[in-house]
Design a protein around this ligand. Structure first.
Ligand code: ANZ
Ligand code: ZN
Length: 820
């Protein structure tokens, strides 16, 4: 027996990759109109400088799916890029004086090397880097189109202001309420910023979720809650003694209208501001609550406080006088920024009314019992003490009361959303410049298309935290595009979520210099399967769904949704905790690949857990994966080989059983990689198959042909997971050419036949091309499957369609084909 060469991942992996690269296997074919297309997309990384295990898991899943589909004959688009703008590059520049552009590009080069070393089958021509002008110029172009369509506006919004460094801080730069560099208490300031009108699509974004059956339920629920559709009523309360003035509230429980005992206004409400001007106590209260800058969530848990602002409102139906309070638990930017206080039926109002001794009129009682449950009673029920509406059920009462209000011009039905418009301005340097010029006489003026891109200067010096852009006259000082007077360029840059909201489309038209997208985007989209972390369930995925609709309305992309199916991979854990730098429990992919080779890492990752579940890191598991590959290596070298053709009719019982196992495994693994996406169970089946082949090899009187055939099937099926090792073994197992080019097997169903099996000669277009095994009672579908599954035949059928199929029982299959 010839000596078995040592298993050297470092050598065979580089060799396999060189052969694939030479064959340009992974380039998606834009022109191919014959093969079915699929677009497998993984969430692109931030170029931090190194891959972490979460990336490796995400990208291995994508790679297995992409390779499997390609082997099945699909034309697969599987690209990679970098989400390259963002704060860490700026922080590195501040800390070490390296320009963000250089830091970023160096990291990208390093990470591309790491991705290569893992054997990911990307179409590298399409590499997309969002901080390069050839990418972001189209983002600026898109922003201007949205502006034309009324989907962009400018409004004041609050930012974190560091009074010592004299700059706006990102949320991540505020630590315990203080600036991360200065340590000064951070203030809230209102400044004008740019917004994208995502709320214009709120209803559509919500309804679209019902048409995404291949998205995880969990993600859809999170998006529904984020959008937060809330049907209710707008109610108008006139102000006593002030003709024509009124306070409007939004309520989802207008059935409790007769239980109102006060109106609660946000401290930012115009009426509160007006009253505060002449009331020092009120002014102090407003100032204090505003400084607390309570997030919406916090306002529900805060200790409820308020101040009577000295005005009375009139109940819109009963005419009763109601006090007005400025309170700390109503948010300014939801509904109307004012709430009708119903202490008997709302928990927050209840707390408040108790503290200030306000009445608690009960107006809803349970429908089913005569008991009076304790207050606050939050359920729906039947109305009482509600004038003409007594006895109505809550839902009915809402309709009737809304109608009565509408008839008096005091209200109407309205739908509100929790979703806010998307603030895209960042007062940061390392981002895409917003293509606007501010002119003293014309106001904000769009940069003309011919002047795009507005290039971000990369030769900049950081003196502290502040963005260098506002202090760079070569950037800021421009002529107004409209009136030519001296004007100033916008120095805010885009939120980096803007780049990631449309990159999936640009991969299709990656080299298009004349337009943002072209007909290739229409051909490739939507993404067949999008794979990434659950942490992007809301913002990124919602922004991309919004921008896709905007692109659709510009006629640039097909359909309503960017991602037909979504897979959210589970976290990588170590000792039960998330693997992360801050926890100090990181295993470096680099070091692991250097020690074991990429295939061991890939195999462990895919075997340790199904993709959606958390994966517990285990050194023993990695060792186990390495052992399996060494076992495979030895086995193929000992027993692999061309072997004689299998004659199913000549197999003994044990042989028949092995053959059936081989074919069953083909069917199972295909289903596991495809429909079920349970890569771990596929691997388990393949481990069983290797065991069975080893047993067969040890059995006296085994069939050498069957063993060789089974070994080739094993390598084919393992290939998407451990592509390098199987490629290196393919020739040794009697395979021809590149394994990565060998069509995916189809199970020979004859192997499962209860009765006898016959060998039939196959003639294709008049020539004898080989033989197939068929069950005696095989139907036409089984014949077709057997043709596709048989090594050596598929080649003659590639790119052709079967026009006629004639089976001469027991002897011959005659196939006539035509070109497709
Ligand atoms: C009276 C009432 C009685 C309410 C009752 C609830 C129960 P969602 O589902 O979130 O839309 N609300 C309205 N605007 C608010 C604001 N700016 N800040 C804080 N709370 C606000 O909830 C709508 C309900 O939240 C509204 O219905 C209002 O309180 C409150 F038994 O009005 B309700
Ligand atoms: Zn002007």
């Amino acid at each position: 027996m010839p000596e078995i060469p040592p298993f050297r991942p470092d050598l065979i992996e580089a060799q396999a990759r060189a052969r694939w690269d030479e064959a340009r296997l992974f380039e998606a074919r834009d022109e191919d109109r014959v093969h079915p297309r699929s677009y497998i997309l993984v969430m692109f990384p931030y170029p931090s400088g190194r891959l972490h295990m979460g990336h490796v898991r995400n990208y291995t899943i994508g790679d297995v799916v992409a390779r499997h589909r390609r082997l099945r004959g699909e034309n697969v688009l599987h690209p990679i890029g970098f989400d390259a703008f963002g704060l860490p590059a700026e922080n590195a520049a501040i800390a070490h004086g390296i320009p963000p552009a250089r830091w970023t590009e160096e990291n990208i080069a390093t990470m591309l090397g790491q991705l290569d070393a893992l054997g990911f089958a990307y179409d590298r021509r399409r590499l997309l880097v969002t901080c390069r002008p050839e990418y972001y110029r189209w983002e600026q172009w898109l922003f201007l189109r949205l502006l034309e369509r009324g989907l962009v506006y400018r409004a004041e919004a609050e930012v974190n202001w560091d009074p010592v460094d004299g700059t706006v801080l990102a949320n991540e730069q505020v630590v315990d309420g203080r600036g991360w560099r200065s340590g000064a208490p951070v203030e809230r300031r209102r400044i004008p910023q740019w917004f994208l009108r995502i709320t214009a699509y709120a209803e559509e974004l919500l309804a679209g979720l019902d048409r995404l059956p291949d998205w995880p339920e969990e993600v859809k629920t999170m998006q529904r809650n984020w959008i937060g559709r809330s049907p209710g009523t707008r109610v108008v309360f006139p102000i006593a003694g002030r003709a024509g003035e009124e306070v409007e509230v939004f309520t989802t429980r207008v059935d409790t209208l007769y239980g109102v005992s006060f109106l609660a206004l946000a401290p930012e409400h115009p009426l509160v501001r007006e009253r505060a001007a002449g009331d020092a106590r009120l002014a102090a209260f407003v100032e204090e609550t505003r400084r607390l800058a309570l997030a919406e969530a916090a306002r529900t848990t805060v200790d409820k406080r308020g101040l009577d602002i000295g005005l009375r409102a009139l109940h819109p139906l009963s005419g009763e006088a109601i006090p007005l309070y400025a309170v700390n638990y109503v948010v300014a930017d939801y509904g109307t920024g004012a709430v009708m206080g119903v202490p008997a039926h709302d928990a927050r109002d209840h707390d408040f009314a108790r503290r200030y001794g306000l009445p608690l009129p009960r107006v809803v009682r349970p429908a089913t019992t005569s008991e009076r449950p304790p207050l606050p009673y939050l359920e729906e029920g039947v109305l009482e003490a509600s004038g003409p509406f007594d006895g109505l059920a809550s839902a009915e009462a809402r309709r009737a009361i809304t109608e009565a209000l509408a008839a008096r011009g005091r209200g109407r039905a309205e739908v509100h959303y929790r979703l806010r418009d998307w603030g895209v301005s960042r007062q940061r340097y390392w981002g895409c410049p917003i293509p606007i010029v501010h002119c003293a006489s014309c106001g904000p003026v769009p940069v003309p298309d011919e002047e795009l891109p507005v290039v971000l200067p990369t030769e900049v010096r950081f003196a502290g935290v502040r963005s260098p852009l506002p202090d760079l006259p070569s950037f800021t000082d421009v002529a107004c595009p409209r009136c030519r007077a001296p004007a100033r360029r916008e120095t805010d840059t885009f939120d980096t979520f803007v780049e990631s909201s449309w990159y999936y489309a640009r991969y299709a038209s990656y080299d298009q210099t004349g337009a943002i997208l072209d007909e290739r985007a229409r051909a490739w989209l939507p993404v067949t399967l999008y794979i990434g972390g659950i942490e992007h369930a809301v913002l990124h995925l919602l922004y991309a769904r919004f921008v896709h609709r905007a692109l659709r309305d510009l006629g640039l992309v097909p359909g309503d949704e960017p991602f037909a199916a979504l897979l959210t991979q589970g976290m990588v854990l170590k000792d039960g905790a998330k693997m992360s730098k801050s926890k100090g429990n990181v295993v470096e992919p680099n070091a692991l690949v250097a020690r074991y080779g990429a295939d061991t890492v890939r195999l462990f990752m895919m075997f340790a857990a199904p993709p959606e579940l958390p994966l517990e890191w285990s050194d023993a598991g990695v060792e186990g994966a390495a052992r399996f590959l060494r076992r495979l290596w030895r086995f193929v070298h000992e027993h692999g080989g061309a072997g004689p053709r299998v004659d199913p009719a000549g197999l003994d019982d044990a042989g028949r059983r092995l053959w059936a196992l081989i074919e069953r495994t083909v069917a199972k693994v295909d289903d596991d990689y495809g429909r079920r996406r349970t890569f771990n169970t596929a691997i388990a089946a393949l481990m069983t198959l290797l065991g069975a082949l080893q047993d067969e090899a040890a059995r006296a009187g085994h069939d050498a042909g069957l063993l060789a055939y089974g070994t080739r099937r094993l390598l084919q099926l393992l290939h998407p997971i451990v592509p390098h090792t199987t490629e290196a073994l393919w020739a040794r197992a009697g395979g021809e050419g590149l394994l990565a080019l060998t069509p995916w097997p189809v199970p020979e169903t004859a192997a499962f036949a209860e009765g006898g099996v016959r060998r039939l000669v196959v003639q294709i277009d008049g020539r004898r091309r080989g033989e197939i095994a068929l069950a005696e009672d095989a139907d036409e579908e089984a014949v077709r499957a057997a043709l596709a599954a048989t090594e050596g035949l598929a080649r003659h059928l590639a790119g052709r369609r079967i026009r006629r199929l004639v089976v001469v029982p027991g002897r011959l299959v005659n196939v006539v084909t035509e070109a497709v």
